[in-house]
Structure formats: C-alpha cells, structure tokens
Write a protein that binds this ligand. Structure first.
Ligand SMILES: [Zn+2]
Length: 126
C-alpha cells in the first residue's frame, strides 16, 4: 500500500514532499487515527482561497509581494499535521513558492525561518 502510494504521488510531487507525507501518515497510523487511505493533504476549496486573498488585501500571505490570484494556493496556517483545523479560518492564500517553503512549519516557525515578525505576514483575520 505504501509502495502504491509512493508510485502515484511521486509522479506529481517532489520526492521530499512525498517522504514527509509518508512520515506524517505513518505517525498517524501509530496513533490509530489514519483511515483506510492516507489523507494527509486535504483539498482547499478555491472559494476559501479567494476569501482569504481578499481579506489579505490581494497579496500573498507571506509577504513576498505576489498579487496574482492564479498563483495562489490555500495554506493551512496551522498545519493539519500539527493539529490545525481544516476550515476557512485556518486558510490563507499563499503563492506556491511561499507555500512549499513553509511546508508543515507552524506560522511562528515560518516567521522565525524567514527572519521576520508575524506582522510581516498578511493573515486572514476573517
Ligand atoms: Zn509568496
């Protein structure tokens, strides 16, 4: 099952992301919370991303200055892997570049990683 998962995922995702997802999934398995299929990643409805993008003043949440909505993807501010909720209030619009850099870091860890304060981020306060 893990092998099958890897094969399918590695076609569309970078290897390091796949490895991280498998680790997260295995961690869930150990805690008895994983379902029949690995569901580490949850699709974020486009309407949530749009909502957040408007709240943020039409730019990337992580202060890079990107304003093209087409480049935005939904990011869980507090990662699901760290207990963040899958709802509109935990979503920001982040460009794919910032989103993939953030990975499963918490918002505080990411600010620290970038050497900025939280004030630099345009968070969804809705
Ligand atoms: Zn960005």
């Amino acid at each position: 099952m893990i092998t099958k998962f890897l094969d399918e995922q590695s076609v569309i995702k970078g290897e390091s992301i796949v490895i991280r997802e498998v680790k997260e999934w295995l961690a869930k398995m150990r805690h008895g919370r994983a379902g029949a299929t690995p569901t580490v990643r949850k699709a974020v409805p486009r309407s949530w991303v749009k909502y957040a993008f408007e709240k943020q003043g039409f730019e990337c949440a992580y202060g890079c200055g990107e304003t093209d909505f087409k480049k935005m993807s939904g990011d869980h501010v507090e990662p699901l892997a760290k207990g963040g909720k899958h709802n509109r209030h935990n979503i920001v619009a982040a460009c794919r570049k910032c989103n993939s850099t953030k990975g499963s870091r918490s918002i505080l860890e990411f600010a620290k990683y970038r050497g900025v304060t939280l004030g630099k981020f345009k968070l969804n306060r809705g």
